[in-house]
Design a protein around this ligand. Structure first.
Ligand code: ADP
Ligand code: GLC
Length: 511
């Protein structure tokens, strides 16, 4: 139990088990559930996308509709409140009842017909933020903490300090904004400011709303939140250094260096548990590893690989995006194939990487298996059935798959960035310490050397067993990280009690 049960409202664009694109969903879902278990009252505001599905044991009821201020006019929002087995955790589904149906569409961020982001994403997530606050007001409760996640939720941080400053629902409210990925900022043309109900006079160089002549949603969140966090200690340092990591916001972050914390994500270790995984035909654990071998055989069969000759399996489950380091796979493809291993890749995303894996599979069907689309079961089977798991990311705010693979006894091979650096340590065959294989520079040769070390270790049963045990014995659960959010909330509330909140006056200059 938490010392001080709080009423916490998360605002996020994804949440497991209702709707998932990537790790954001897993984190919001598992953090909220763990907070509720600890006695907090937790409400998650989520867009009511067409694809949201309520899991078994959940139900929802409609709430009133409300007009939401929108530029000079109003747009109607519809709300529903969903909950599952834990009554302390509720989901506020925020829908748009206007003609353009911002959320009742087949895609989440991207239009599946074009594969591109919806052209009105600026409006969709601005509306979501304004409407989410209207929905929270409908609940007729008080909230202690508003916790926004990534740029889709960023405007809530501003609205509670501007339009909603005197709203009783949000009296004494503390705000926390978490960066899950600085590579996606939500940068749009300045006219959105009018829709947000803010005058053009606020759009001047270095204002919270100005970013190289445009509006940057992530920046708005970074400027207005009482406290900031990101999803690993290493990424918290990296994003203040500029270049690929800071992604142009390093100046804004430098001003808030004292307010930024790195809190490592946890994993839902009941859902990602090889000993109880409903997606696996064969369950296993550190003391009974036979099941892993059976899953391995099942995976080989499902991939259509020949059963002989025997070769180690290297897995990847990932969004196919530049961030994830697929350029190294492209550069090193021939050398990877020469290593005497097989590769299983699950992921959808950018066409150029889909083409790459389709080509590799067509040329080497006995060595490479690629599956596109989103496939939860296959993701679990890859974690369970592979010998090694590869994540050569350019940058990685936290990364969850390396923690899943550690738990499944599938040692990860990672580049030492962000949360990968914080969770994976190079295995030392002499001391037996370490849980995976790590390389430093974004360089195909370095990656290949790490894969070679991994394969060499796999071929030595004693060392391999030790390496697997090291990872399987680690605790990456939310039970470990959730205290740090409690501390963060406490700190933010103290600031608010002392009157230290952002106002349009106090944030006039942001760099
Ligand atoms: P990111 O959020 O940057 O995509 P993370 O490692 O934090 O990366 O989280 C990715 C999550 O999405 C993991 O749970 C992973 O298993 C899952 N995932 C990614 N692609 C797929 C896919 N094609 N099918 C099933 N799960 C996927
Ligand atoms: C982002 C990051 C990933 C992180 C996830 C959850 O999608 O790319 O590294 O694990 O958010 O915080």
């Amino acid at each position: 139990m938490s010392d001080t049960p709080l009423s916490v409202a998360h605002v996020a664009s994804e949440m497991t088990p209702l709707i998932k694109i990537g790790g954001l969903a897993d984190v919001v879902g598992a953090l909220a559930a763990e907070q509720a278990r600890r006695g907090h009252r937790v409400t998650v505001a989520l867009p009511a996308y067409q694809a949201v599905s309520l899991p078994a044991g959940w139900s929802s009821r409609a709430l009133d509709s409300r007009p939401v201020p929108w530029g000079m006019g109003r747009e109607l929002a519809r709300f529903a409140l969903a909950s599952g087995p834990d009554p302390r955790l509720r989901v506020l589904l925020v829908d748009h009842a206007g003609d353009r149906s911002f959320f009742d569409r087949p895609g989440i961020y991207d239009d599946p017909r074009s594969g591109e982001g919806y052209p009105d994403n600026a409006e969709r997530f601005l509306f979501f933020c304004r409407a989410a606050l209207e929905g929270l007001k409908l609940l007729k409760e008080r909230f202690d903490v508003l916790h926004g996640h990534d740029h889709q939720a960023a405007w809530t941080m501003c609205f509670v300090r501007t339009h909603e400053l005197h709203t009783p629902t949000f009296k004494d409210l503390a705000t926390v904004f978490t960066i899950h990925n600085l590579g996606y900022q939500g940068i749009y043309d300045p006219w959105v400011l009018g829709l947000a109900g803010l005058g053009g006079e606020l759009f001047y160089p270095a204002s919270p709303f100005e970013y190289w002549g445009r509006v940057n949603y992530m920046k708005v969140g970074l400027v207005f939140a009482d406290l900031l966090s990101t999803v690993s200690p290493r990424y918290a340092q990296e994003i203040q250094t500029g270049g690929e990591f800071g992604a142009g916001l390093e100046g804004v972050l430098a001003r808030r260096a004292g307010d930024l914390r790195g809190i490592l994500n946890g994993i839902d270790d009941a859902y990602w548990d090889p000993a109880a995984d409903p997606y696996l035909a064969h369950r296993y654990g550190p003391d009974r590893m036979e099941g892993k071998e059976l899953n391995r055989r099942a995976l080989i069969k499902e991939c259509g690989f020949p059963s002989a000759p025997e070769m180690p399996l290297v897995g990847m489950v990932s969004r196919l995006a530049e961030q994830k380091g697929f350029d190294l796979i492209e550069q090193g493809a021939d050398a990877l194939l020469a290593l005497g291993a097989r590769y299983v890749v699950l992921g959808s995303g950018e066409a150029r990487y889909q083409d790459l894996f389709r080509r590799l599979m067509a040329a080497h069907p006995d060595r490479v298996h690629y599956r596109s689309g989103f496939d939860e079961r296959f993701a679990h089977l890859i974690e369970a059935g592979c010998d090694l798991f590869l994540m050569p990311s350019r940058y990685e705010p936290c990364g969850l798959n390396q923690m899943y693979s550690l738990r499944y006894g599938t040692p990860p091979i990672v580049r030492a960035v962000g949360g990968l650096a914080d969770t994976v340590q190079e295995f030392d065959p002499l001391t037996g310490a370490g849980n995976g294989f790590v390389f430093q520079r974004f360089d195909a040769e370095e990656m290949l050397a790490a894969v070679r070390r991994g394969l060499a270790t796999c071929r030595q049963p004693g060392l391999c067993a030790r390496l697997r045990r090291n990872g399987m014995g680690q605790d990456f659960s939310w039970r470990r990280s959730v205290d740090r959010y409690d501390a963060l909330y406490g700190e933010a509330r103290e600031r608010v009690a002392a009157g230290r909140i952002a106002t349009l006056e106090s944030v006039r200059a942001t760099i």
